[in-house]
Design a protein around this ligand. Sequence first.
Ligand code: CTP
Length: 437
Amino acid sequence: NQTGKNLKKLIESNFPKEIKEIIMHGSNLADKLGYRIFLVGGIVRDLILNINNYDIDLVIEGDGLEFARELNEILNGEINTYDQFKTASIVTKDGIKIDIATARREFYEFPAALPQVEQSSIKFDLYRRDFTINTLAISLNRDTFGILLDFFGGEKDIIDRKIKILYNLSFIEDPIRIFRAVRFKHRLGFKIDDNTWELARNAVKSDVMHEISFQRIKEELYIIFDEVNTVDILNDLKKLGILKEIFPEISSWDKVFSMIAQCKKGIEWYKSISKTSEKLNNRFLYSIIFCYLSESDEDLYKKFGLSKNQREIIRFIRIKGREIIGKVTQDDIKPFELFSLLKDIPDEGLIFLTILSKKKRQMKNRVKQFITELRSIRIYITGKDLEELGVKPGPLYKEIINKIYREKINGKIKTREEELELLRVMIKEKREDEEIV
Ligand code: CTP
């Protein structure tokens, strides 16, 4: 199980300074407290694969909560403790995430297939995990620093690029792992081991999907949406029979996949034209696709946990989307009309409409015009100007402001002087009509 391999050099060369500092603080603290400390899971997997991953996962043989509190005394970050599970998480001031778990010893917590021999608690802890590639641990105590622990052949599976579960009931115990298997496959370019794939299929057939809360499924889906290969991942989930179990409302997955692929490009396009792309809510955007293409979207609103406002936007797009696209892509549309059609639709909705449109280039040009030019246009004159000319707040006041706004967006007027000129003309006309006395 101890491979004799020492990854000290790899740690030194691959991890940034901040990560190494945290690791050294952890190492010294564990030595001081007399605990064994291990770096485990994804960060070890990715270290071996030379992939940047700086989410630190630690397992402590000892009191993990005490360790976490003391570590945070040194790091001065934000700590959350989960006393029931004896785990804690810290986020440092630099935003580095550290998860700390206490290695569990209790024999009865484990599946029936467990070997009946006394083993170190780190081995028990690693045995509970999803795939062999995630079961590697690196010892961090000073006397054994860097030594790789590989109880379940994880290193070989990483080298062979294979995703394998550790015990046959793994997917039954935690069906979310099926999503994870497929996600890792496409993220890492690995293969799912035949036996593991078969067990996943059987688990789905035996109806396990209904046992997980949609909250957990949703979280997993959101991670999948953020992956580069979202469509490939969803396609595998479809092959496994999962999609029809969790989304019976959706009949045409080809349409969903096609829209998601376009959506990825749409997001890139949006980023290239917009300065505020960090505000884009990708999750909401993907939820729009699912809801739009479902037969009964009300259920999906609940599943995705959409807010009242988000639901209203989707309902609006369902009812008005095509009509808006039709108007927006007309050849002779005036800027103000374009502005009025799009002004209440959030950017996620605008991207969705470009995907939905058949005249894509035209639609994109119009949305771009709206985002980059029209919606930032402001008028110079204020309520004070109107007041000085004798117009009091009320419907007329609004009418005048709207008119000036329209002329400005349509490019008829530009300067404050021109705005005031138009204002004076309008007031004069209104006086003649005796609307202002
Ligand atoms: N794990 C598990 N079953 C799950 C979720 C997680 O066994 N349903 C285990 C995995 O072995 C994983 C560890 O818990 O290594 C930590 O989980 P997480 O941080 O989600 O995994 P990472 O492997 O770091 O994956 P990611 O790259 O997505 O963060």
